[in-house]
Write a protein that binds this ligand. Structure first.
Ligand SMILES: Nc1ncnc2c1ncn2[C@@H]1O[C@H](COP(=O)(O)OP(=O)(O)OP(=O)(O)O)[C@@H](O)[C@H]1O
Length: 261
């Protein structure tokens, strides 16, 4: 399997004595697509993102723009792939701006100083982070630190963004602002984004593709509006749920009851 976009072929990953993902396959997702990775707690969403990032040993293939990522040298993989972990960035006395500079020094050292500053200004404007740039990380709230961490990933302009619950600490406004910005960036740059999220309404609203994990493999994948049906939600999460179109025209998941296990 080879593709101009992104694909997974028989990806198997886990931990010693705990296999988590067994042969996950996701056929070609076109460039410019934001993919929601969803599924219940402990199903392996973070493990999948770490394996794709090259941070967990894995078998199988991860295709990006026709290249099997495992064949790349670590530095080249770092250039192409940006990973935002689920845990918030470490609190340090560095200013947000300095953390963005150091992210660029680590992964874009071929860029001139002017290019790096332009990239930082662009991400600050896109995410609306003007008020945070000169603040120290150890003085920021959890949500503010999450936005600084996201900017560290985006500023490098990776071809593949792996974002593990990037909105978990954000209020309603910032959830929308961040996912709107990520969707627009992925589209404009012809990149690929994989976003692990619990909020299926965000997946329905912002993602063009959804990968539903269950039992170590893919339960369903495709257009979120077609995949996230009440039957699938019952199977994946053990809930009785409705999917209804709101007055603004968006599909919304309404979970009515947890079913007995
Ligand atoms: N470092 C580790 N060592 C051993 N097992 C681990 C480790 N990290 C995660 N696991 C296990 O791997 C499985 C998948 O975990 P993972 O974090 O990928 O799930 P997840 O779908 O992201 O969950 P959540 O929605 O709760 O964040 C879980 O059973 C978890 O306990």
């Amino acid at each position: 399997m080879s593709t101009t976009g992104f694909a997974l072929e028989q990806l198997t990953a886990g931990y010693p004595s705990r296999p988590v993902l067994q042969g996950v396959t996701l056929p070609g997702v076109p460039a410019g697509t934001l993919v929601a990775v969803v599924g219940p707690n402990a199903v392996g969403k973070s493990t999948l993102l770490k394996a794709v990032a090259g941070l967990r040993p894995a078998q199988g293939r991860v295709w990006l723009e026709g290249t099997d990522l495992a064949t790349l040298a670590p530095r080249e993989r770092l250039y192409r792939v940006g990973y935002l972990p689920q845990a918030l960035p470490q609190s340090t006395s560095l200013m947000a701006y300095e953390t963005w500079q150091s992210a660029l020094r680590a992964s874009r050292n071929e860029w001139s100083t002017a290019q790096r500053e332009a990239a930082i200004e662009s991400v600050v404007a896109t995410l609306g982070l003007q008020a945070l740039a000169l603040r120290r990380l150890d003085e920021l709230s959890g949500g503010q630190r999450q936005m600084v961490g996201l900017a560290q990933v985006i500023v490098r302009a990776p071809r593949l963004l792996l974002l593990d619950e990037p909105t978990s600490a954000l209020d309603l406004r910032w959830q929308l602002q961040v996912l709107q910005a990520v969707r627009a960036l992925v589209r404009q740059q012809g990149a690929i984004g994989l976003v692990a999220v619990h909020d299926l309404n965000l997946a329905l609203r912002f993602c063009q593709h959804v990968l539903v994990l269950g039992g170590g493999n893919v339960l369903a994948a495709g257009d979120p509006a077609e995949v996230l049906t009440p039957a699938l939600l019952q199977r994946a999460y053990g809930v009785r749920a409705r999917v209804e179109r709101c007055s603004e025209g968006y599909l919304l998941v309404l979970a009515d009851a947890a079913l007995p296990q």
